[in-house]
Design a binder for this molecule. Structure first.
Ligand code: SF4
Ligand code: SF4
Ligand code: FES
Length: 536
């Protein structure tokens, strides 16, 4: 570990790294040591083209670019001296020579590195009189991204992303010298499944997503850390929230899970949070079979009365449970408790499968399938076999994944049930036949933990509050346990207390409760470093 001195502070950094990489590795880059940079990105190859990262290194005759200068034992670096400041001013003047005066109408304003450094190192007046370069505006590069060529500073991050990360190579620098521009190859749209990441890494407002542009000024947004629930990879995200509404997902760096990327499908999945498809009212099927809207209290009473009658007439063995792989560990732990307290052993989880790739996207289209399995929920098919053989009369279902073609493919088999209690977030065919239907919260609306495919436990927190009454699955199940007067069920729902109890009851989850987890999560105690999908 070489020791170097940066602005009179001695630090130990990893060997074999460049100065920017080493400072990033130890968490100091832009977090104590400010070295502005445009072309360098921690997950892309080094380009060395923007020249903004120049620093003074003792013993070297000229300034050096920090992104491409290897650290050496005893290196003495200055980032705040006059020569460095003058270099930054020079680079900024050059970059601004042709840059349009678009800030007031640019969607990147407020989170634009060119704007930030122009304030710090830019000149107040231009020294050139020539007109600025006129290039293409509002160019659609593909279905997701719009390009403003005039704003581009040719850092080439987007080009390297498509070559090095997705391997699709749609983008290139065309022409030479001051005629250089970024373009897609003729007839090759930018349409890979990760295309929207180029807008995140573009340091200026040249690349913007069609989905987010002009929806809201970014300074009105709060960034709430969370986890994408689109598949079992559990990519870390920031939810951009204003006025109790989610406007976008952005990747949140976690080198053990998603580095600095998310897939386009996961990014767009925020639309499901406030969609018109959300369930908003508890329903109970009245005597003639017509669903009637009611209160949570009445719906839970009705569910409890039905279950009680079944236990009294046929025994708890005819009741089964299907857990949701979208629910949190705390919800699922509570479900397990309820089923155990009822005295039923028939329980499982249905997990919808879909396409996967080698970068992030996993086949299991749920955020907590691994958590459900770790908490003892086996394959839902065993429950369905029992149902087919006539051994189940009452079913409590969380979510509607069981309707997928790989499991039921429809509701027919469920119509023979004496009692069907459904906890769900969105409308599905289940509501046509459910005896009791209870609307529950989605991940963006609650506290809890999720276990990803590599066994990493990560926490979520509410970013928005539903505009209607919706409870955590765990709260519905706790209230149901109370209505059934079951022993061993808590008196009220307290997600933090449940998280602690879960960690105490399951050694794998020890130290992985809500209060103990850091923002980047922690692997289950049993997770091997070489488990599929594990990267650290
Ligand atoms: S479009 Fe953005 S990311 Fe691509 S080269 Fe230009 S400034 Fe860099
Ligand atoms: S890979 Fe999965 S978890 Fe990651 S962003 Fe895509 S859908 Fe979400
Ligand atoms: S960040 Fe070093 S030259 Fe661009």
């Amino acid at each position: 570990m070489p020791r170097i001195t940066v602005d009179d502070v001695e630090i130990e950094v990893p060997a074999g790294r460049t100065l920017l990489q080493a400072l990033d590795d130890v968490g100091l880059l832009m977090n104590g040591v400010e070295i502005p940079h445009y072309c360098w990105h921690p997950k892309l190859s080094i380009d060395g083209s923007c020249r903004l990262c120049q620093v003074e290194i003792q013993g070297m005759p000229k300034l050096q670019i920090a992104c491409n200068t290897p650290v050496q034992e005893g290196m003495v670096v200055r980032t705040k001296c006059d020569s460095v400041r003058r270099a930054r001013e020079g680079v900024m003047e050059l970059l601004l020579v042709n840059h349009p005066l678009d800030c007031p109408i640019c969607d990147q304003a407020g989170e634009c590195k060119l704007q930030d450094y122009a304030y710090e190192y830019g000149m107040t007046e231009s020294r050139t009189r020539e007109p600025r370069r006129a290039l293409k505006k509002n160019l659609e590069l593909g279905p997701t991204i719009v390009f403003d060529q005039e704003r581009c500073i040719l850092c080439r991050r987007c080009v390297r992303f498509t070559r090095e990360i997705t391997g699709t190579g749609e983008l290139a620098v065309l022409n030479r010298g001051d005629h250089s521009v970024i373009e897609t190859y003729p007839g090759v749209p930018l349409d890979n499944p990760y295309s929207m990441n180029v807008a995140d890494i573009c340091p200026v407002g040249a690349l913007t997503t069609k989905d987010f542009r002009f929806k809201i000024r970014v300074w009105f947004l709060d960034d709430v850390p969370g986890v994408c629930t689109g598949c079992s990879n559990g990519c870390n995200i920031h939810l951009g929230v204003a006025n109790n509404k989610v406007y976008r997902y952005l990747p949140r760096r976690n080198d053990a899970v998603n580095e600095t990327w998310i897939c386009d499908a996961g990014r767009m999945s925020y639309h499901e949070i406030g969609s018109a498809d959300r369930l908003k009212l508890p329903l109970v099927r009245a005597s003639l079979g017509v669903p009637e809207a009611t209160s949570f209290a009445a719906a839970i009473e009705s569910a409890a009365a039905r279950l009680k009658k079944l236990v009294e007439t046929k025994g708890a063995g005819v009741i089964a449970g299907l857990a949701s792989p979208h629910a949190t560990n705390e919800d699922l732990f509570t479900f397990r408790r309820l089923l155990d307290a009822l005295g039923t052993e028939t329980a499982g989880v249905a997990v919808v499968q879909g396409p996967a790739d080698a970068l992030l996207v996993k086949a299991e289209k749920a955020a907590n399938a691994a958590g459900a399995r770790a908490l003892g929920f086996g394959d839902a098919r065993a429950v369905l076999d029992r149902l087919r053989s006539g051994g189940v009369d009452g079913l409590i279902v969380m979510g509607h994944d069981v309707l997928d073609a790989a499991y039921l493919g429809g509701v027919d088999l469920l119509t023979r049930l004496d009692t069907l209690i459904v906890l769900d977030t969105h409308h599905s065919a289940l509501e046509r036949i459910a005896h009791v239907l209870l609307p529950v919260r989605v991940a963006a609306e609650k506290h809890g933990t999720l276990t990803n495919c590599a066994g990493r436990v990560q926490k979520i927190q509410p970013a928005v509050e539903p505009a209607w009454e919706a409870l955590d699955d765990g709260e519905v199940l706790t209230r149901l346990g109370q209505a059934l007067a079951l022993k061993n069920m808590p008196a009220r729902w307290d997600v933090r207390a449940v998280s602690r109890e879960l960690a105490a009851a399951h050694p794998e989850f020890a130290g992985r409760d809500l209060a103990s987890l850091a923002d980047d999560g922690a692997p289950l105690a049993s997770t091997r470093a070489d488990a599929p999908g594990a990267r650290a």
